[in-house]
Design a protein. Structure first.
Length: 197
């Protein structure tokens, strides 16, 4: 299964191509319209072919890849999935308060992170050691805030608030919060220096 790093890289490549095509359309159109001695613009067939290509690329990408994005299958089938284990966190006074620390997650098991805010709106983000994000959700006081996730690679992940909650919010980090083990593959971006997850 793809993880967020793979998804981000693919999206960068595809959207770069998409933007180049869109810019080339605008440049071609502007050149044709402003050319000296030419009263005619581009032929409608060519113009609409360009537009058609942009529409097919823009929507086709999402239709073809929606099931490869790691969080989509879980979100679409959440009511049918069983939770292996639930982990509880409280956010209060710009602090992340875990019920247990660290939590040990088995590879390939669906877990739920249940988060309660007692004062402000925060964010619950799971990050690798290289500071790239795995997943996140908003944590709103007085609301149900839970995130189901399934890890497929060994690693040690940290939690941080991903929502602006004032200057102190930048310091809301819980190091070595999640340790995933039992997978056949390591998440090289989530490995602690000098060793395994």
């Amino acid at each position: 299964m793809a993880d967020s790093i793979d998804v981000l890289f693919t999206l960068k490549v595809v959207y770069t191509i998409y933007v180049i095509i869109a810019i080339s359309l605008i440049g071609w159109f502007a050149t044709r319209v402003t050319r000296a001695g030419s009263a005619k613009g581009p032929k409608p067939a060519i113009f609409y072919t360009y537009i058609g290509v942009l529409v097919v690329l823009g929507t086709g990408l999402h239709f073809l890849t929606y099931n490869l994005v790691p969080w989509v299958p879980i979100d679409l089938n959440r009511d049918k999935l069983e939770t292996h284990k639930m982990y509880h966190y409280t956010f209060k006074d710009h602090k992340i308060i875990p019920k247990e620390h660290p939590v040990y997650v088995e590879c390939g098991k669906k877990v739920v992170f249940d988060v309660v805010s007692e004062d402000l709106t925060y964010g619950f983000g799971i990050f690798r050691q290289n500071n790239s994000m795995v997943t996140q959700m908003q944590v709103v006081p007085g609301s149900r805030n839970d995130l189901m996730w399934e890890f497929h690679k060994n690693g040690t992940y940290y939690i941080r608030s991903t929502e602006y909650s004032g200057p102190k919010g930048a310091q809301m980090i819980l190091e070595d919060a999640i340790v995933v083990r039992g997978c056949d593959e390591d998440d090289h971006h989530a490995m602690k220096e000098g060793g395994r997850g």
